[in-house]
Design a protein around this ligand. Structure first.
Ligand code: CMP
Length: 137
């Protein structure tokens, strides 16, 4: 079994889409093994997205991620990172396939409703960023 980090971003949390997104998680056979509501500071958002530090969208992305509450979630399942990324769809909602979360709910490239780890090593780092071992079932 693999684990991955999912985030229900501020645009989706503020539009009361959490239940619908959790339903997509569960209907994809992924299991929620930890979940909490947080409101990141700008510093925390910058630490979390540190790999994008040199990208032109870094400041705007981290402002947005610190703009309101979001849900951080640990998912478990076979090939969890791949499965969750398939359920999310392409980063830009206009490119996302029909039936994916970003196609159905994403508002823009930045406000694209959900995040998922892109590899086993990023999953391990991202899960440890938000959760202690005691918080994960
Ligand atoms: P996410 O999967 O959370 O990872 C990094 C985020 O940066 C991405 O989703 C997008 O929301 C955001 N982003 C903003 N602009 C861009 C861009 N030009 N290319 C890629 N990601 C971008």
């Amino acid at each position: 079994m693999d684990q991955t980090l999912a985030i229900i971003k501020p645009d989706a949390a503020s539009r009361a889409l959490t239940g619908k997104i959790v339903s997509r998680i569960e209907s994809n056979g992924l299991k929620i093994i930890a979940m909490k509501l947080i409101h990141m500071s700008k510093d925390q958002a910058e630490d979390f997205y540190i790999e994008h530090k040199e990208r032109p969208f870094f400041d705007s992305l981290t402002d947005y991620m610190a703009s309101g509450p979001c849900y951080v979630i640990v998912l478990e399942g076979e090939k969890a990172q791949l499965q969750w990324r398939d359920a999310m769809g392409a980063t830009n909602p206009v490119d996302a396939a029909d039936g994916t979360i970003r196609k159905d709910f994403g508002q823009s490239l930045e406000q694209n409703s959900v995040h998922g780890s892109d590899s086993p090593s990023s999953a391990a780092r991202e899960i440890a960023f938000f959760f202690s071992e005691l918080e994960i079932m």
